[in-house]
Ligand binder design. Structure first.
Ligand code: FAD
Length: 393
């Protein structure tokens, strides 16, 4: 089913109302329990939040990447943990299997994402090494199977998934990009274990734990792509998802700006609303300008991706979007707190969840690669391209 322009605009409004209404309300309890209630998943299904980003052949709405990013901008105005879950649902959750799964796996599972009959987690990061080629989880070939041993940590969505995308070393003798392979692991495979982790600063409810694999036997049909293609799969999947992190920061920053303006209009000191003071106007101008620049970058990425998902500038522009979005939300959240003054540090603010937004946005500094990694990616590509970038008309 394809949406008309009017239906699409109505859907954006529907998702904004959901994020700032029932989702915000529900989050008050989740801040304490750190677990999404069944009602959250039901509402997400009812509002097509697992479906909208899927291609039509899998029951989705066949949206362009740009349209998907715009929907994500809206739900990112709500609680950070839900944003994290829905951000993942809209992208890596199904896209990795679609891009790299065998025809057999795709025929069996691709139409099961639309209503969360299946959900996945993405297990790359390890406690004992650096993200990327420095992984230590191993997958050793044994006849038609692989035997996996190792650990992962900081993994999101482990409490609500049926499968895990797991990255492991299949070629330990190689020091090149072909050391790793990716697997689509059913979480009921014997030897798969969830290891609890402490609560996070923000984004509560998104189910973060470690994972442990002990002699986990997996048929070779669960291999993603070819053996040795794991790093490429992880990097390509993450590069697209980084633009989704950027648009999450955009949605959050936009809400921060809007509530900051409302507060500054209402708050009167020394006989005048603080919005009339030049010091506050300068802050609003900075916030607004950075948000506009970020939106322009993210929409440019969306157009590039729609033109060619594996295009020359996809990785570079996605990393730029993410890096700039972190700087934007960092500055905007700091200015929001200053504009609110002391009351911004308290819960239950009538203008919006100021202190929660401040905590929630900080996860995105780290999620899917710290700023250092974005800079390394950008520099590598910028040098390769001789310092030039191309834009679509
Ligand atoms: C909320 C949240 C959710 C997450 N969800 C997932 C998930 O679902 N799946 C998953 O696989 N991971 C997940 N992660 C992990 C996340 O991807 C990593 O935290 C992030 O990539 C940074 O890796 P690290 O924590 O191992 O930091 P480290 O590697 O310990 O890095 C610490 C600092 O050192 C810098 N650094 C490290 N190595 C180098 C180097 N060689 N050169 C220069 N600087 C370097 C880093 O940039 C960083 O600033 C999540 C993290 C968070 C906070």
């Amino acid at each position: 089913m394809k949406l008309s322009e009017k239906q699409f605009q109505d859907y954006l409004l529907q998702i904004r109302a959901l994020a700032e209404g029932p989702f915000d309300e529900m989050q008050k309890e989740i801040e304490v329990t750190n677990k999404f209630p069944a009602e959250f998943y039901d509402l997400a299904i009812k509002n097509d939040l697992y479906r909208f980003s899927l291609p039509e052949k899998y029951g989705g709405w066949g949206m362009s990447e740009l349209e998907i990013l715009k929907v994500q901008e809206e739900f990112s105005r709500g609680p950070g943990g839900m944003r994290m879950h829905l951000h993942y649902a809209a992208d890596m959750n199904w896209r990795i299997l679609d891009d790299y799964g065998s025809d057999e796996l795709k025929a069996e599972y691709m139409d099961k994402f639309q209503d969360k009959t299946i959900f996945t987690c993405f297990a790359l990061t390890e406690e004992t090494g650096g993200t990327g080629a420095d992984l230590h989880t191993t997958a050793v070939r044994d006849g038609d199977d692989y035997i996996l041993n190792g650990e992962k940590w900081l993994i999101s969505h482990t409490d609500c998934c049926e499968f895990a995308y797991v990255f492991a070393v299949t070629n330990p003798d190689s020091d090149k990009d072909d050391r790793l392979s990716g697997f689509f692991v059913p979480v009921d495979t014997p030897g798969y274990e969830v290891v609890p982790m402490p609560h996070m600063m923000g984004c509560r409810g998104a189910g973060h734990t470690g994972l442990k694999f002990t002699n986990m036997r997996l048929n070779k049909k669960y291999l993603l792509g070819k053996e040795g293609q794991g790093l490429e799969i992880a990097l390509h999947s993450l590069s697209v998802s980084r633009a989704h992190i950027a648009v999450s920061n955009l949605g959050m920053a936009q809400r921060m700006l809007e509530i900051s303006i409302k507060r500054a209009q209402d708050r009167v000191t020394f006989g005048k609303p603080i919005i009339s003071r030049q010091a506050i106007k300068m802050k609003i101008a900075e916030m607004s300008t950075w948000i506009h620049a970020l939106r322009t970058m993210v929409y440019d990425f969306g157009k590039d991706y729609d033109n060619d998902p594996h295009g020359e500038y996809i990785e570079e522009k996605a990393a730029m979007c993410k890096l700039f979005s972190i700087e934007t939300v960092k500055m905007v959240s700091d200015e929001m707190l200053e504009i609110f003054g002391g009351v911004g540090y308290f819960e239950d603010n009538p203008y919006g969840p100021v202190e929660r937004l401040y905590r929630d946005c900080r996860a995105m500094f780290l999620e899917e690669g710290a700023p250092t990694v974005q800079r390394i990616t950008i520099a590598r590509n910028t040098v390769k391209h001789g310092g030039t970038l191309k834009y679509l008309d």
